[in-house]
Design a protein around this ligand. Structure first.
Ligand code: KG4
Ligand code: ZN
Length: 352
């Protein structure tokens, strides 16, 4: 059983073919990131236009790489939320058109849920991908950390899950992106803050941790504390424009701020994950989303959680079509209803 997955929720136009919910046959990702770098963030209109330009070639490439033709494809899965409205529309309209024209069942995919399913891919002949040996077992604790989401979710089974807690303001990836901006580091901020932090002392500065309800997070106070710290470092008052900070900070100061921020941001996630591990005794723990690529997160989690924690390959941590196709496979295998291709709408603020 082969499913074509289509993902266009942000700046990546992605398509992939997955077989039986475990075998990754192809994964094509075209990012418009280089067009957004000079603006320091994704510009929705530019992202949407890029999706239109590349979506059909990306899908064709995913079919070709998997040695499939349309006759081999049993269904189409597409991200319909959460994400940028204009971006989601391109993927959803393309998938609807294909499903109608080719008579394929269409599965509507929640982007955040799909991130977890990157961990169910265990086989591939594609080069350069490291996949886990076995699929995760239920109950499964999922730590979802991306540019748009920070959530702890307990899956009792496929499609049977409980949201334990989530961020009440910024997502952790968003906090990395904003701290990068304050320090003058390139977008996207996650990898550049992590790189700068390698040269810094994580204990150089004490930054505050928000006290939140049991499994909830908050990162906006930490972000403001980083801004105040940077201002204090150069001896400027609070009204000094943050855009002028990077040029006045030395490289060692930037590295120490990046390392101290990263330590506290990651500790926040890991402490709650540990708490959930103790309360629910999951059979497996997985990380999903762009921030799962963070090495400090992996290091701290390995120390805090007695189970081997699974991480998708870095290429499958950030947005991709493979996770969408994998979840689509399970929907079909488990008899979840397909949606009406004539009426499927986007849902930019869809939650778990
Ligand atoms: O999952 P993703 O590609 O998009 C969303 O669904 O949001 O995640 C992108 C986020 C960005 O905020 C990026 O800065 C962050 O993941 N990220 C990282 C790292 N690599 C990517 N954050 C921390 N450390 C990294 N190594
Ligand atoms: Zn994502």
């Amino acid at each position: 059983m082969k499913i074509l997955g289509i993902e266009t929720s942000c700046d990546e136009t992605a398509a992939a073919v997955v077989e039986d919910g475990r075998r990754l046959l192809s994964s094509v990702v075209a990012s418009s990131m280089d067009l957004h770098v000079k603006y320091g963030g994704v510009v929705p209109e530019i992202a949407a236009r890029s999706h239109i330009e590349v979506i059909l070639p990306v899908i064709q490439q995913a079919l070709d790489d998997s040695s499939s033709n349309w006759g081999d494809i049993d269904g189409i899965a597409v991200t319909y939320g959460a994400g940028l409205g204009g971006s989601l529309l391109i993927g959803v309209m393309t998938a609807r058109t294909l499903a109608i024209a080719l008579g394929k069942p269409l599965y509507a995919i929640n982007h955040v849920e799909a991130h977890v399913y990157a961990n169910f891919l265990t086989e591939t002949s594609l080069p350069g991908l490291r996949l886990p040996d076995a699929q995760p077992k239920f109950p499964l604790l999922a730590i979802i950390v991306s540019g748009g989401h920070s959530q702890l979710v307990l899956f009792h089974d496929h499609f049977d899950y409980a949201l334990l807690g989530q961020t009440q303001d910024d997502a952790i990836g968003e906090a990395f992106d904003k701290v990068a901006k304050m320090l003058g580091l390139p977008y996207p901020g996650g990898p550049s803050v992590a790189k700068a932090a390698k040269k810094g002392d994580p204990l150089a500065f004490q930054l505050p941790k928000a006290k939140m309800d049991k499994y909830d997070f908050s990162f906006s106070g930490l972000k403001t504390a980083v801004l105040r710290l940077a201002q204090a470092q150069i001896g400027e008052s609070y009204d000094f424009p943050s855009t002028k900070l990077p040029e006045r900070l030395s490289e060692p100061q930037k590295a120490n701020i990046a390392a101290s921020f990263q330590r506290v941001a990651i500790e926040t996630i890991v402490a709650k994950a540990r708490l959930a591990y103790e309360e629910f005794a999951p059979a497996s723990v997985v990380i999903a989303g762009g921030v799962a690529a963070n090495q400090e997160l992996r290091r701290q989690l390995t120390e805090a959680i007695p189970l081997p924690v699974e991480y998708p390959d870095t290429q499958l941590c950030t947005d991709n079509g493979a996770m969408v196709a994998a979840l689509g496979c399970f929907k079909m295998l488990r008899g979840q209803p397909a949606v009406d291709p004539y009426t499927l709408d986007i849902d930019p603020s869809l939650s778990m």
